[in-house]
Design a protein around this ligand. Structure first.
Ligand code: NDP
Ligand code: MG
Length: 389
């Protein structure tokens, strides 16, 4: 019986996507066996998840949390290990077939590359890895016959719209954006935003970084670049539209003018479930969308002037090379500093643009360059913040 189960690793198990993934898997324990869980700071939750799912490996990447988890888990069949190096090593275990990557930021990149190298099936929520290194990752995955199924709701929508279309040419894709909590703020109001305002998303309940990114529209910018690599598109084939109700998760327009869209209530458990069971669809107890109860689906142009991050992401995508890695690294530092109270929300695009201007642009980049660029841009962004506050 056991051999019929797919061994799965959940990277970032303690986060928003990680916990929702485990709740979906909880109803599918006849099909999946959790072999690995990883967490960073949240030792208590990781201990609880470990006791519930009994994986072979538990990886903790923060030292104090590691000590706490290590002491709390006494089951000799469970190995509790510290750090990324151990994470990469145990990912190689043949019992792990599927890797769900719900890490946040640059931390997701190494595990994704390692998982591809070892021919795992990847269910990918971590968008930053594709933003930094998508140009390398997608051909690398093809070479290794390692699949990548997106979890990000927009990309899951596009993935679903493209099924059955084989080689039919795409005119363009349209990524929908809720617009976040500050959609109708003016420039002046944007100056007074505190972390707690940015963390209150009107539709989605998410981790802190992606919540701030959604509020600044950088999330949509990152998703534009993510889509470019996942679906092999030219920059001119990607558009963004504001759709505050977040029911249409994205659309594909074909060359005959036909538009296909995927609609559902805003609940990440659906794209997670879709990725887990792909190509099958499974019944579930999630709420179903009613067109009659929600007759108003509205759309408007995204304001790239007010939300400059979105314009910067399009510029970075068009430039290519290591520019998206610069955009991403500067944004990671800006968001963290904003959350720590050291950088105002409205100056996030200023820092990103400054780094795009001063960092060394390399049009033909490789993996090593993406890493170097990211590390240098982290350091320079931190220095810029120290100097300009
Ligand atoms: P969270 O912040 O909620 O979770 C992140 C996870 O990564 C946690 O398990 C956290 O551990 C762990 N982590 C944090 N820092 C590190 C690090 N330096 N090294 C290793 N592990 C680390 O994020 P989300 O779940 O919201 O998002 C995860 C990814 O999915 C992001 O790329 C996001 O953009 C994407 N995504 C998220 C959506 C959502 O609805 N949340 C929707 C679509 C995409 P701990 O909590 O223990 O500290
Ligand atoms: Mg998304």
């Amino acid at each position: 019986m056991n051999e019929l189960k797919k061994g799965i690793a959940i990277l970032g198990a303690t986060g928003s996507i990680g916990t929702q993934a485990l709740s979906v898997i909880q109803d599918a324990l006849h099909l999946f066996s959790v072999k690995l869980l990883s967490g960073h700071n949240n030792a208590d939750l990781l201990i609880q998840q470990t006791n519930q799912f009994k994986p072979i490996y538990v990886i903790v990447t923060e030292q104090n949390a590691f000590k706490k988890v290590f002491q709390a888990i006494s089951d000799p069949k469970i190995k509790v290990l510290y750090g990324e190096e151990n994470l990469l090593q145990v990912l190689e275990d043949n019992e792990i077939e599927v890797v769900l990557n719900a890490l946040v930021g640059f931390a997701g990149l190494n595990p994704l590359i390692h998982s591809i190298k070892h021919k795992k099936q990847n269910l990918l929520a971590n968008k930053e890895s594709l933003v930094i290194a998508g140009e390398f990752i997608i051909p690398f995955a093809k070479e290794n016959k390692s699949t990548i199924i997106p979890i990000d709701s927009e990309h899951s929508a596009i993935f679903q719209c493209l099924l059955g279309e084989d080689n039919n040419a795409i005119e363009k894709i349209i990524l929908t954006a809720s617009g976040g909590p500050f959609l109708d703020y003016n420039q002046e109001q944007l100056k007074y935003i505190q972390a707690e305002n940015a963390l209150k998303h009107p539709i989605w309940k998410m981790g802190k970084k992606v919540s701030v990114d959604s509020a600044s529209l950088m999330n949509k910018g990152l998703e534009v670049i993510e889509a470019r690599w996942l679906f092999d598109l030219k920059p001119s084939q990607i558009d963004v539209i504001i759709h505050p109700q977040s029911i249409i998760h994205s659309l594909v327009q074909f060359t005959d003018g036909s538009l296909k869209a995927q609609l559902s209530p805003a609940d990440m458990r659906l794209p997670i479930q879709y990725a887990l069971y792909y190509p099958e669809r499974k019944n579930n107890s999630l709420s179903q969308f009613s067109l009659i109860d929600n007759p108003e689906l509205t759309f408007r142009q995204a304001d790239r002037k007010k939300f400059r991050n979105l314009a910067l992401a399009f510029i970075a995508m068009e430039k290519g090379g290591n520019m998206p890695a610069i955009l991403n690294a500067a944004n990671e530092v800006a968001v963290q500093s904003f959350l720590n109270g050291n950088w105002p929300f409205y100056r996030i695009p200023e820092l990103v643009e400054e780094m795009m201007n001063i960092q060394n642009f390399i049009s033909k980049a490789d993996l090593e360059i993406y890493y170097e660029t990211t590390k240098k841009c982290f350091a320079d962004s931190e220095a810029y913040i120290r100097k300009n506050t």
